[in-house]
Design a protein around this ligand. Structure first.
Ligand code: UDP
Length: 194
């Protein structure tokens, strides 16, 4: 699988369709997966924050989230196939979860936003087994939340705290489980619920 490195970040050079195909395979092979969707802000932030850079290096996939990344890849002479927005990967994964009746956990955003997100998911993807959800305003270092989520054993977990918080939490969570796809989705619940 080919990579394009921009400012030290190794992006997976795949179309949206390819990303979803690969994620589907990993889901059905029960392979624990850390997916990062990196926009230009994330790439810039990682330049000056070694800890965050190292978190990104733990990812199984890094998707090029934004036209800025695609333009940079062209300028560097190593073109990326297409922009792969985090929001669209989330929709694609929810589609898969619905078809395969998977267990999904949603965590992040304000209380009313997460409530509305859950209502929207139930309406649009009725076969998803929502194993739990929680708003994103708690102490992210609290080990109890991870314990709580672990008990629900999700196949997919969507984490909407914004970067770098969401990637830190995911890395911590994934280090303690053997199963599931985890992805930081930034402001996606705000969009989905709206
Ligand atoms: N958020 C959260 N907990 C926090 C901070 C932010 O759940 O401690 C949520 C916020 O409500 C929003 C999402 O994270 O739904 C994205 O936040 P922001 O726009 O700051 O991040 P970005 O999209 O720029 O990564």
């Amino acid at each position: 699988q080919s990579k394009v490195t921009i400012l030290g970040i190794p992006f997976d050079n795949m179309t949206r369709k390819d990303f979803l195909k690969e994620l589907y395979i990993r889901l059905n092979h029960d392979q624990k997966t850390f997916l990062v969707t990196a926009n230009p802000e994330i790439v810039m932030y990682a330049q000056d924050n070694q800890d965050y850079y190292e978190l990104l290096m733990q990812a199984d996939f890094i998707a090029p989230d934004g036209i800025g990344i695609v333009k940079a890849s062209h300028a560097l002479g190593t073109p990326i196939k297409e922009r792969v927005p985090g929001f669209e990967l989330m929709l694609g994964l929810l589609e898969i979860a619905d078809l395969e009746k998977k267990n999904v956990y949603f965590i992040g955003a304000e209380e009313d936003i997460i409530e509305r997100t859950i209502a929207k998911v139930k309406e649009k993807w009725p076969h998803i087994n929502i194993v739990g959800y929680h708003h994103g305003y708690f102490n992210h270092a609290d080990p109890e939340m991870i314990e709580k989520v672990k008990l629900t054993d999700p196949d997919m977990i969507f984490v909407a705290f914004g970067f770098p918080r969401q990637e830190k939490w995911i890395s911590n969570y994934l280090s303690q489980v053997t199963h599931g796809i985890a992805v930081g989705v930034g402001g996606s619940f705000d969009v989905l619920s709206g």
